[in-house]
Each structure stands twice: as C-alpha cells, then as structure tokens.
Design a protein around this ligand. Structure first.
Ligand code: APR
Ligand code: PHB
Length: 403
C-alpha cells in the first residue's frame, strides 16, 4: 500500500510545459505559492520541438518573469518575412506596417529551458513523472490534485487548480460534459518538420504556397534551420528520408529560390496534424484552463505559444487580484478576457492556413481564388497591414482599447 502524504499550496499547476512553467514563475514573483505537477520527465518536456516565433507580448512576459536574458542575447529579432506564391515573392515589412513592431525567433525549447532553470534555481516544487494525476472538488472552495509519485500517493490541497496540461491533458477531460462547449476544425493535411544544423536559406522566414503544397523555411539560429512541408495525413516518417525531404523542398520552391539552400542530416524529423480547437468557457469553479488545454491553433501563424503566454498573463493577474487585492474581478472575467484574444488568433491562424495550403477538395477555381487573394493582400497597403498586425500579435489590453 503506497504511503500517502498531503501538501498545502495556494495554486496547483497541472502541466510543466511553457504555460505551467510561466504561470509558476509569475506567481512566484508575486509571492503566491504554487506546485507544478508534470506527467513526463524534465528531459522529455525539453525534447519537444515546437514553434519558435515570440510576439512582443510574450517577450515582455518573459522579461516580467525574470527569464528574458538569454532570449535577448541569443534570439533573432525579425522585422519581416517573405511570402512566395507561384512567381510572386514579396517581403512583408512588419516594422514598417505596424509602427515598428517586430517578432523574436527563439525556440520554444529554449523558452522552456529558461523557465525550468529559473524554477530550479529558486528551489520551487515541481513533481516530474507524476502518474495517475486526478483533479477533485474543483467546484468547491477546497479543490485537490492527487497523484502517484515515487511510490507515494500525494494529495495537494489548494485554493485553485491551473489546467496547463495541454490538449491531451486530464483537466479539460474532467469538466462535466454539459458545462463546456467545444469547437473544432481538423485540417486534411499535416506538417512534416525537419531540424538541421545548416545555415538557413534566408535571413528571415519564408512562407510559400506552391502547386505541390505549403512550405515554411524557418530557423532557430544562424546555424540551425527548421523547415516544414505540407504532407497528406496518410504520410508516415518512414516515407521521408532526409534526401526525399530536400528534393521535395527544391521541387516546391524551384531552383532559383533554392540556389543558396544548404542541406544536411536531420537532427529531428516529425509529422504533426493541424487543427483549430477552442473549449468554452476556460473556467470551472476553482479550475482554470490555460494554453493548449483550452485551445489549439494550426501552427501557420505561430500563435500557440503566444496564446498560452497571454492566457497565463491574464490568469496570473487574476490570482494576484484575488490574493493581494481580495478581489474576484479578475477570476470572474478570466475566461471572457482570454477567449476574445483566443478567437482573434484562431481566426488569423485559420485564414493564413486556408490561404497558404492546398486542400484535397479544392477545385481549380479555389486555387485561382486563393492566388487572387494573395495577389491582393501582397499588393494592398490595407491587406499587408492586416496581415502584419495579426502576425506581430495584438496588445494585451486590445479589448479595453475597444479594438
Ligand atoms: N498530468 C500532468 N501533466 C500532464 C498531463 C497530466 N495528466 N497531461 C499532460 N501533461 C503535461 C504534458 O506532458 C506537457 O508537458 O502538460 C504539459 C502541457 O504542455 P504543452 O502541451 O506544451 O502545452 P502549453 O504549456 O499550453 O504550451 C502551449 O506548447 O504544444 C505547444 O504548440 C503548443 O506552442 C504551444 C505550447
Ligand atoms: C517554427 O520555427 O517552428 C515556426 C515558425 C513560424 C511558424 C510556425 C513554425 O509560423
């Protein structure tokens, strides 16, 4: 019979991905106790390769959390990106179109590493490899999280539970059916991604819509590249040797665009599905969902990590108001405040994905209409400004500003 012990904290955070770690750090800096409970090992969490474009809001939050130093030292500030469609190539000048706003290219893995190191340095409690995690009584003022760890049954008595446990987590799964409405769109293709220690094709990102499918040329540094190819959902990794990947990339972009392509062995290769997903509301009594636990965007707009960060900012503010100001306003408005921003990002990610990818069901007229839209957007000040302001991200208080 495993021994059991109980610990007491103010906030139990389920999930130690970017959302859980950032929330833990922001709460710590506000003097609010939190315990992190993570199903996987720290190495496993660090091994996940995810997107790498940070909005200014996310950069500011990492600075506020006291973990922005390495990002500023090693991250790449990008003031634009290129769009390619058939013979058309156009740079979207983000800075010129948004009054000077830029994005930071800095891998999510590095963000996670910086947050993990800060938490470890502060000696804050994180239970990795927690098994059979259960959330209980979150519709009362005394919620609990129970899990198995190192042969013990651990019970966490808390005031709030933050569900930062991603799309496949336990928290959303425990919300009573009638209490939540979900919205989902699954895209009929996936992204085949490759990571290689090669010089990036271009100094900025390239988003390409081609007759053979979508291409994204991204990067992690001046010596590490990240490429994506749209592939059918039925494709598997064993169909894609490194050579097959590079050949397809050349076929899609053409010899001129690939004249300076540097290829090399993959250090990571994976196929990911694309979906749009939102769960409403994001709060159930003393349980708050944040990040992928509440919503998923197709990665085209690089919004996943940035949405997780803004959820966490709103939640950390709400919990500060509760504990430090004795106000329930923040917790009561958390869900509505997050969802207005979430749906803006969902809309942009869906639009950008639909515009840039070839759908199996598309008729030739659909491709002509998509090309015409791209041609319009890339040659219209209004179209470029709309694309740019959504790409760099909305300010945190956009709703208050009446935008
Ligand atoms: N108990 C404890 N931890 C769990 C459980 C569980 N039952 N289920 C999942 N987890 C952990 C996962 O192992 C993962 O480390 O929760 C964490 C969730 O992290 P993410 O999936 O990275 O989600 P989030 O922190 O919201 O970050 C969103 O990550 O996946 C990317 O594209 C996404 O960029 C976005 C960002
Ligand atoms: C990435 O570098 O992984 C990346 C960059 C931009 C995107 C999506 C993914 O839009």
């Amino acid at each position: 019979m495993p021994q059991s012990h109980t610990i007491r904290t103010q906030v139990a955070i389920v999930g130690a991905g970017p959302a859980g770690l950032l929330l833990g750090q922001l709460l710590h800096r506000a003097g609010i106790d939190a315990v992190l409970i993570e199903r996987q090992s720290a190495d496993y969490v660090l091994g996940r390769i995810r997107a790498g474009v940070l909005e200014q809001v996310t950069m500011d939050l990492l600075d506020e959390a006291g973990v922005g130093q390495r990002m500023h030292a090693e991250g790449l500030v990008h003031s634009g990106f290129d769009m390619v469609c058939e013979g058309l190539r156009k740079r979207v000048d983000l800075a010129a179109l948004t009054g000077g706003k830029t994005v930071m290219v800095y891998g999510q893995t590095e963000v996670t590493r910086d947050l993990m190191e800060a938490r470890q340095s502060a000696g804050l409690p994180t239970y990795y490899e927690a098994q059979s995690v259960q959330i209980q009584d979150f519709d009362t003022a005394h919620p609990r999280v129970v899990f198995e760890h190192g042969g013990h049954t651990v019970g966490v008595e808390c005031d709030f539970i933050a569900g930062c446990d991603g799309f496949h987590g336990v928290c959303r799964a425990n919300v009573p059916q009638g209490a939540m409405q979900t919205f989902e769109k699954v895209y009929p293709f996936g992204w085949l991604g490759i990571l290689s220690d090669t010089q990036p094709l271009h100094h900025e990102l390239i988003y390409a819509s081609t007759v053979r499918g979508f291409v994204l040329c991204s990067q992690r540094s001046h010596t590490r590249s990240r490429y994506y190819l749209q592939v059918p959902l039925t494709d598997t990794l064993d169909q894609w040797s490194d050579e097959a990947f590079w050949d397809e990339l050349r076929l899609r972009l053409g010899p001129q665009q690939c004249a300076s392509l540097v290829t090399g062995p993959s250090i990571e290769k994976s196929i990911a599905p694309l979906r749009s997903f939102v769960a409403e509301p994001m709060r159930f009594g003393r349980l708050f969902l944040a990040g992928d636990a509440a919503h998923i965007v197709p990665p085209t707009g690089a919004k996943g990590l940035n949405l997780a960060a803004s959820d966490v900012k709103y939640l950390s503010q709400a919990l500060r108001d509760f504990y430090l100001e004795r106000s329930n306003a923040g917790v009561d408005h958390y869900s509505d405040r997050c969802l207005r921003r979430v749906w803006r990002a969902e809309r942009f990610s869906w639009w950008f994905t639909t515009l840039m990818h070839r759908f199996p069901a598309d008729a030739t007229i659909d491709n002509k209409l998509k090309y015409a839209e791209l041609d319009y957007v890339l040659h219209s000040e209004a179209g470029l400004r709309s694309l740019a302001e959504n790409y760099v991200g909305l300010p945190l208080d956009f709703a208050q500003a009446g935008a």
